[in-house]
Design a protein around this ligand. Sequence first.
Ligand code: S3P
Length: 434
Amino acid sequence: MTVVRVAPVDLLRGTVQVPPDKSLTHRALMLAGVSDRAVRIENPLDSADTAATLGAVEACGAVAEGRLGEAVVVTGRGLRGLRPPPAIDCANAGTLMRLFTGLLVGQRCDRVVLDGDESLRGRPMTRIAKPLRAMGATVATAPGGTPPLAVSGGLPLRGIEHRLEVASAQVKSCVLLAGLFADGTTWVAEPAPSRDHTERMLEAAGVPLLREGGAVGVAGPVASIDLPDVEVPGDFSSAAALLVAGALLGDPEVRLERVNLNPGRTGLLAVMRRMGAEIAEEPAEPVAGEPCGTLVVRRAGALRGTEVAPEEVPAMVDELPLVALLGAMASGTTAVRGAAELRVKESDRITAVVGALRALGADARELEDGFEVTGTGRLAGGAVDSLGDHRLAMLGAVAGLVSEGGVAVGGFDAVAVSYPRFARDLAALGGVPA
Ligand code: S3P
């Protein structure tokens, strides 16, 4: 296990081009794999998660040339032309498993097994299996509703109206993708809007979507899709770790360029501003049909605790661990509620975040559906373990920078799942991992 010691620093300054968006890279690779013509994907994220998706798309017969991190040209097999192998390894990537299953149910295949690492094997898949079965697909899970999945595709599918109990872009996307193959319209409604990258990319690929009262629908069956070339902007969720570091230590400022500012992703900005953070947004041209811009952040005078309401959670679901750290460095109480979903991410992020912050000297408590942190404005430091979860590894590192004694982050290499350059980018800002 790699242990990285992150020492406290006085300040951070400089400019970082954050890595390309993970969500968009997954989607671009998958949709290119079922497009009719070759699609050039510029700036696709090179990470463990997206390498797994590229591997899956290639294993199904699409041809890819080039390199993740630079550009990849994918020559797809058409909407119904994938030839899946008997087994697909989804590694740590929930987005791959959930979205790709939505495409596989439309392909001619028999018992394709999708599996992943230990963390993915603990994640709930009934939430996709159930609606897909209601559409007429054959999707088996392990007992308990977890991976591995066994998917047989090519059966006739019918449109359904699916109401999600918990907002989830992965589940919404899976059902919409399956809807491409179904007779009739497939509708998905969510309790609060989750990121809409799949919708934007499908529309760019020539698939008209329907919208009614907050629900989104696709009228099937769709004959083919034509994804135009895609350029991938920076990932807000990766930027978020540096943004929080900048709000605590930026002097004079930390600039994060070309970041995807899709409002379904940027909920953290409002919460940070409420806490007293100073963040400027400099809008840039949209990239891949997504709003983009530069974020400029500087050390805030004094942060105050805040309450994150359940309806705010979907637009910041991956950033909630960072809110806990901000809460520890703020005055008063910071509480997050309506976020039970965190228990079924790459780790149980409620137990893990509270455990990590307490180990570093913070006053934090678990709630069933979130957490509560009483800020003291300081963090002693100590040791934390990522539990193999990339977001926890980054949380530990940022905590180290603002701590008094530094933080030893066990399992730091988990950052490779979404942000392999994280240590280098931190170092470039002056936060040198020792
Ligand atoms: C993702 C959606 C989110 C997020 C995940 C990536 C996506 O999950 O946590 O890291 O790319 O669609 P849910 O919206 O399904 O909760």
